[in-house]
Design a protein around this ligand. Structure first.
Ligand code: NAI
Length: 332
């Protein structure tokens, strides 16, 4: 059975080949992102494997259906980029990797918090230039600060454990509170209280119609002046223009992003010999208190191996039984 892997980077080739070693799956890799124009590359494939910035809207799915593709095997946990209704209508099954390494994303979130706080990214450059002055580098003790975690699923729970370890008071908000998180020492509060009391706010919820632009002008106005805001979930949970207004007024004291609402046109590509076509993103890069990484929260050896293994298991199970191990279906 032929599997066409889109948005394939060298690490995908390595880990997917390793995961499929003992199967008779035929992997075909495409560097191209999957969209309605590139979908025709999957002619002859039964399964396509897609990543976070592939376009799995109605038009792409219509092309895939015409080619006889039966399954979309996502190499991600998030599935906000898939038109599930169109897939269901076309009889195409969708599967995802619900958990690969919550530690990878939680630890990257902590990396952003620590870097923004202690400004190690700036210190690195200064010391290399022989500048040992400390002005502008002052941070704060994490110990004793209030951290607010929005979304305490797999990643949020690991993050709660780490931040409790730092001696933070951890507040959490989630429509489905988890007793394990409370056992760690975190406390569930209403979103309003979290926004108003937290020194650091981190977003670990999925992108859904309910969480789209959850962080908007009104939410920012309720935050503590000088708050640190970190988003490693999905870009559109934040209204970027509202956040820029918050940075300009000083209401937001530091911003850490691993995701961006229009990242599809930027992330995972080398634009260093070109230019940044997105003016809003370019504006973000002008703030000294903004730290952006290009969607690398997941990017650890352990996570990549787990993503490949689960993707291949989803496909082989689908091939054997007609149902993937981790199917994604429309909510009832
Ligand atoms: P999960 O499904 O285990 O947890 C998500 C939690 O968010 C759930 O407990 C859910 O009840 C909660 N939630 C839903 N709506 C909410 C709302 N309005 N307010 C507060 N909480 C809400 O997902 P997991 O594995 O923890 O991942 C979270 C998100 O992180 C994913 O949906 C994905 O978008 C993102 N992610 C980012 C990665 C990166 O590389 N930066 C890698 C993997 C995931």
């Amino acid at each position: 059975m032929r599997i066409d892997v889109f948005s394939a980077k060298p690490h995908d080739l390595f880990f997917m080949r390793e995961a499929a070693r003992d199967t008779n799956l035929e992997l075909q890799f495409h560097e191209a992102r999957l969209n309605r124009d590139t979908a025709r590359l999957a002619d002859g494939a039964k399964v396509v494997s897609a990543f976070v910035n592939d376009d799995l809207g109605q038009d792409t799915i219509a092309v895939l259906a015409k080619l006889g593709v039966q399954m979309i095997a996502l190499r991600s946990a998030g599935f906000n980029h898939v038109n599930l209704r169109a897939a269901q209508g076309a009889g195409i099954s969708v599967a995802r990797v619900p958990a690969y390494s919550p530690h990878a994303v939680a630890e990257h979130t902590v990396a952003l918090i620590l870097t923004l706080n202690r400004k190690t990214h700036r210190a690195f450059n200064r010391v290399r230039e022989g500048n040992f002055a400390l002005d502008g580098l002052m941070g704060f003790d994490l110990h004793g600060k209030i951290a607010g975690i929005v979304g305490t699923g797999l990643i949020g729970t690991v993050l709660a454990r780490i931040l409790c370890g730092f001696g933070c008071e951890v507040l959490a908000s989630d429509p489905y509170p988890d007793a394990e998180v409370e056992t760690l020492g975190a406390r569930y509060v209403e979103m309003d209280e979290l926004l108003g009391r937290a020194d650091i706010i981190t977003l670990q919820c999925p992108l859904t119609p309910d969480t789209h632009h959850l962080i908007n002008d009104a939410a920012i106005a309720r935050m503590k002046p000088g708050v640190m805001l970190v988003n490693t979930s999905r870009g559109a949970v934040i209204d970027t223009k509202a956040v820029i207004r918050g940075l300009k007024s000083g209401q937001i004291g530091a911003l850490g992003l691993d995701v961006y609402e229009e990242e599809g046109d930027l992330f995972f590509e080398d634009l260093s010999n070109s230019y940044i076509p997105d003016d809003v993103f370019a504006r973000l890069l002008t703030f000294p208190n903004v730290l952006i990484t290009g969607h690398q929260g997941f990017f650890t050896r352990e996570a990549l191996r787990a993503i490949a293994d689960t993707t291949i298991s989803n496909i082989t199970q689908f091939h054997r039984t007609g149902a993937a191990l981790h199917p994604v279906s429309l909510p009832d």
